[in-house]
Design a protein around this ligand. Structure first.
Ligand SMILES: Cc1cc2nc3c(=O)[nH]c(=O)nc-3n(C[C@H](O)[C@H](O)[C@H](O)COP(=O)(O)O)c2cc1C
Length: 126
């Protein structure tokens, strides 16, 4: 089963996760050294690179880089060409696909699409 790890600074991504009712691991600034130990999707908002140290520490820990199967980017389209740049940078550097993107805490459509992506991933793995 594919797991989910996510990061949040202002709580929008956490609100999104709650709406999906999916189990998910929240990357913790106080201790980002958590090994997912199985395939997972990363959901990550976009911020300046210097605000992403916990996510980078998390990805560099244990087998997380190897177990990352895809990235879902969140952001704000007002940032134009920088929209979801953090997710894109991580996906490019770790050669993982961008599976989806949405703004803020997501619309009902975003919630449904992400649940579908997780469910489909599970069915192709089975
Ligand atoms: C200081 C700051 C910088 C941001 N930079 C970007 C950005 O470069 N690109 C983008 O798409 N969104 C950007 N955003 C928007 C956030 O990524 C977006 O609001 C996201 O939903 C926040 O998720 P969170 O509440 O889980 O931290 C920025 C927000 C803040 C407060």
């Amino acid at each position: 089963m594919v797991e989910i790890a996510y990061y949040t600074v202002t709580g929008q991504t956490r609100r999104f996760i709650k709406k999906t009712e999916l189990d998910a691991y929240e990357i913790d600034d106080a201790d980002p050294y958590h090994d997912m130990d199985q395939p997972f999707i990363l959901i990550v908002p976009a911020y300046d690179d210097n605000m992403m140290d916990s996510v980078i520490d998390f990805l560099n820990f244990g087998s997380n880089k190897e177990n990352l199967v895809g990235v879902i980017g969140t952001g704000n389209r007002n940032f134009n060409q920088l929209y979801i740049h953090t997710a894109k940078d991580i996906a490019n550097s770790l050669k993982a696909p961008i599976l989806y993107d949405f703004e803020f805490n997501g619309t009902p459509t975003d919630v449904a699409r992400v649940k579908e992506i997780v469910a489909n991933y599970e069915s192709t793995e089975a």
